[in-house]
Design a protein around this ligand. Structure first.
Ligand SMILES: [Zn+2]
Ligand SMILES: [Zn+2]
Length: 381
């Protein structure tokens, strides 16, 4: 059972694409970070960085790269991705980067960015040993697809296990700048900048640091010097924060299941991808089934939108909430009571998206129970 809500389409944050060529060269030096300068801090309940940085419980890291037809992550960027993660993540079992075949443009022409990224995820192969830590990289060309979506490279603070990479944003930038931008986003995946002793909780305050928010004229000069020498460095404080995170006991309530980050809550769990949350009750949990359910329901959502003549270019940040293993319509009073008990807990979840979307599913279940099994139980505080 799923609910989703379209959200506003953010304005294009890139300078005018038609700007003169000479100015573009200048900007390629002055805007080395595509990340918004006022990006939000990671959610306090969603910190998977230690799952990436530490060698337990995941001895391997699996990176899945999905790219739309006509968009590419060139080899030198893939090499940088491996090198950066290899330098900071303790993964004695190795870091495997798999680039899936390009996704046909026409198949995704009517799908918003958020849902497309979910549809293309395959997750780590089950026959390659124990569960690895997982990172998704979604590569697209914003000039050809997902028009109206945010353009800058970024991660989602709600589920920082993916990098969204728009090749059009960085098209005119030098290779050195692209490397800087990619490393910066990977720095966010590794949980950097939470330490407010040298930052605002989202970015680092040290001029010239890889995690400094851009743009700022003085820091850009410092950043340009670093880029000239191809250093792309983290400051001492950020390096110390990474070392500390490698040594800090991890949060036992957070784990990977396939591509999902699974968070234990009070009486239920939440399996998350960027833009997607599935509430898992006491039933058994198989991530391949959760993913399959997600893709099926998203396919139905897209078809319905098309049938209703809705603009497919809207809703690039749609958030989807699902109640795993439960049909859209339920008529068994006993199951309806179970669902209502579960959802009554989930409406108090840490996640604002879950708190916002759960009441709709809960209301439907309560109405169904009133129809098929008498009065619904009172909802808890
Ligand atoms: Zn950033
Ligand atoms: Zn720093």
């Amino acid at each position: 059972m799923t609910m989703q809500k379209g959200s506003d389409v953010s304005p294009d944050s890139r300078p005018n694409a038609r700007i003169a060529g000479a100015m573009l060269v200048l900007l390629s030096v002055l805007l080395p970070c595509g990340c918004a300068s006022r990006s939000a801090a990671l959610r306090p309940y969603m910190h998977p960085e230690r799952l990436y940085l530490q060698d337990q419980p995941y001895r391997r890291l699996y990176v899945e790269i999905d790219r739309m037809e006509g968009a590419d992550l060139p080899d030198y960027l893939i090499d940088e991705l491996k090198a950066f993660l290899g330098a900071h993540c303790l993964k004695p079992g190795g870091i495997k980067v798999v680039s899936d075949p390009p996704l046909p443009q026409e198949t995704f022409a009517s799908v918003p960015l958020s849902l497309a990224s979910i549809l293309c995820i395959e997750g780590p192969p089950a026959d390659e040993g124990p569960q690895p830590a997982y990172l998704h990289v979604f590569v697209y060309d914003g000039k050809r697809t997902f028009k109206g979506a945010r353009r800058n490279p970024r991660i989602m603070t709600t589920c920082p296990s993916a990098v969204f990479w728009n090749v059009d944003y960085a098209r005119s930038f030098s290779d050195a700048v692209k490397i800087h931008m990619l490393r910066h986003e990977l720095g966010h995946v590794l949980g950097l900048c939470q330490n407010t002793a040298h930052g605002d909780g989202a970015h680092c305050s040290k001029y010239g640091c890889l995690m400094y928010p851009m743009p700022d004229w003085l820091s850009q000069l410092g950043g340009a010097v670093h880029l000239h020498f191809r250093e792309h460095r983290l400051c001492e404080e950020c390096r110390r924060d990474l070392e500390l995170a490698r040594q800090t006991p991890r949060d036992e309530g957070l784990s990977f299941a396939g591509p999902f980050l699974v968070r234990k809550a009070d009486g239920y769990s939440v399996a998350s991808l960027p833009f997607y949350d599935a509430i898992i009750g006491s039933v058994g949990f198989d991530w391949t089934e959760v993913l399959s359910e997600a893709k099926t329901s998203i396919g139905q959502t897209v078809s319905k939108r098309l049938n209703d003549s809705e603009n497919p270019r809207k809703g690039h940040r749609s958030a989807v909430l699902a109640l795993y293993g439960r049909p859209e319509e339920e008529t068994d009073p006993e199951r309806l009571r179970e669902d209502i008990a579960l959802l009554s807990k989930a409406i108090h979840d840490f996640s604002p998206e879950i708190r916002r979307l759960t009441p709709r599913i809960l209301q439907r279940r309560q109405e169904a129970l009133a129809r098929f099994g008498g009065n619904p139980p009172a909802v808890g505080p």
